[in-house]
Design a protein around this ligand. Structure first.
Ligand code: IFM
Length: 504
């Protein structure tokens, strides 16, 4: 028997998209996690305290290579202010805090002994979060490779990295896995390799002419692919170890987090459309394809040929399905143009292999950034269609401004609130369209040392006065807005004025 008309009408109404302005967090799926994040190198400070040794980022910044010549020796000093920060998170109503463990703090030489003081710090931080009802979401490796491993065997370029990384990951599972239920193996392998081994703008600054400046040696034609290969194998190795030895008892989930730039054609020519498609394969597919299908994308195999390392059957089997979720850090739309230059076998790099002009580093440095909330929707559709709709965590999404001091204007960051609201609307619609998104983290919880800009660029919901001795925190309007939303308010509610908060 057909259902009565009013039931049909109700079903139709329920299927209509709601007015997104009136969204509340209850419109997101049950169990959806809202949080904010940072990473160890960017926020902890205490760079030479309690046994921590340098990472490649300490070396890079100490050699004056960061944008504003700053270092992260003190940064926001979360190492000493973690309790204040957890209190702020609690007041804000965060479900979860995403942070990373500093490999050179936990295992200062990269392998071997655990540093008891490092262990104590992360135990304290995790316990403090849990005491406040905040889930710890932990990244095991967020760009801060121990310098000792770089010196000893060239870090990511050696397969020895895989064993050392796996042992370090196991130390994390063993020490913290009773309380940490969300692990990320590696953050943004797709940019660490390009920045560090092609253009050489990030440590370890390996590159070759004409693709980079300040190269410390390197080969842009081959090394990005080798470094990425080792990162992928290290990820798969940690996942299979976690699944074999820890997951059943610890009952956590493990994934990898990719930078999720979305590439769009620069013009409406079919050549540029093809270039954008290739760039999405090179940027996302480089890691997603092996993780879903067990090999690199066909377009990469055909363009990079023998320079793209082979995967054995065993490696391929280990990679396929090696994730419980995929993390995405989404910021930019990058416009891709087809590269019409002549084929030169000797002088190829990742972008030349993709036959695309799409390197955004110059635009980023010049502040020519394109943010477009619809691009997040396209990225999620891409994962849904091309990679079987994996569970996704949006691990980073955020808005940078450049103000330097905690003046009144610093609190009034309503553009940041607007930005986040726009993206949350798109996220809601993507979920309605079937994307399996399980969480959203604002980057960043508070101002940090920014990898590309030092302290010039501030992403924090909470500000930090980087000139004050106590690294005073101040709660921006965007934090008040997010807090209101997390506590049940409507997405587009008005922001309230900020209040100063002094770290003890
Ligand atoms: O600050 C970084 C973060 O460490 C990695 N993703 C991009 C952020 C903003 O540049």
């Amino acid at each position: 028997m057909a259902p009565p008309l009013f039931v049909l009408l109700l079903l139709c109404l329920a299927a209509l998209p709601r007015d997104t302005a009136a969204l509340t967090r209850r419109d997101f799926p049950d169990g959806f996690i809202f949080g904010a994040g940072t990473s160890a190198f960017q926020v902890e400070g205490a760079a030479a305290e309690d046994g921590r040794k340098p990472s490649i980022w300490d070396t890079f910044t100490h050699q004056g290579y960061s944008y504003d010549k700053s270092t992260a020796d003190i940064s926001a000093n979360q190492y000493h202010h973690y309790k204040d920060d957890v209190k702020l998170m609690y007041e804000m109503g965060l479900d979860a805090y995403r942070f990373s463990i500093a490999w050179p703090r936990l295992i200062p030489d990269g392998r071997g002994e655990i540093n008891p003081k490092g262990l104590e710090y992360y135990n304290n931080l995790i316990d403090e979060l849990i005491r406040h009802g905040i889930q710890p979401h932990v990244t095991i490796y967020h760009l801060d490779l121990p310098q000792s491993l770089q010196d000893e065997y060239n870090g990511l370029l050696s397969p020895r990295f895989i064993d050392d990384y796996t042992a370090y990951a196991e130390a994390c599972f063993k020490s913290f896995g009773d309380r940490v239920k969300h692990w990320v193996t590696v953050n943004e392998p797709n940019i660490e390799t390009i920045g560090g081994f092609d253009g050489g703008v990030l440590p370890p600054q390996r590159c070759s002419h004409p693709f980079g400046v300040n190269c410390t040696g390197g080969n842009s034609t081959t090394e990005p692919y080798i470094a990425a290969h080792h990162l992928l194998l290290a990820h798969a190795s940690a996942v299979s170890l976690y699944r074999a030895k820890y997951q059943a008892t610890q009952r956590g989930q493990i994934g990898i987090t990719l930078l999720g730039w979305w590439h769009e054609p620069a013009t409406n020519s079919s050549q540029d459309a093809a270039a954008a498609t290739r760039m999405n394969d090179f940027h996302i597919g480089w890691f997603m394809h092996p993780l879903v299908y067990g090999d690199y994308p066909a377009v990469m195999r055909s363009r990079a040929g023998a320079r793209l390392p082979d995967l054995t059957v065993e490696q391929s089997n280990k990679l396929r399905g090696a994730f419980d979720f995929i993390g995405l850090n989404h910021y930019l739309v990058v416009r891709a143009r087809a590269d019409g230059s002549t084929f030169n076998l000797e002088q190829r790099d990742y972008y030349a292999d993709a036959y695309a002009i799409a390197n955004p580093f110059d635009d980023i440095q010049e502040g020519r950034l394109e943010y477009a909330p619809w691009a997040l929707g396209k990225l999620l559709d891409h994962l849904k269609i091309k990679y079987g709709n994996p569970p996704v965590m949006i691990h980073e999404n955020g808005y940078a401004d450049a103000s330097e001091l905690p003046r009144k204007v610093e609190y009034e960051d309503d553009s940041r609130s607007e930005f986040l609201q726009d993206y949350l609307e798109v996220l809601y619609l993507s979920i309605r369209n079937g994307s399996d998104v399980r969480g959203y983290f604002v980057w960043s919880f508070l101002d940090v040392f920014e990898f590309l800009f030092g302290y010039r660029s501030r992403y924090g919901l909470c500000g930090v006065d980087m000139n004050s001795e106590g690294r005073t925190r101040y709660v921006r309007n965007s934090a008040h807005w997010y807090s209101g939303f997390l506590k049940g308010g409507e997405l587009r509610s008005a922001s309230s004025p900020g209040k100063a908060y002094a770290a003890a």
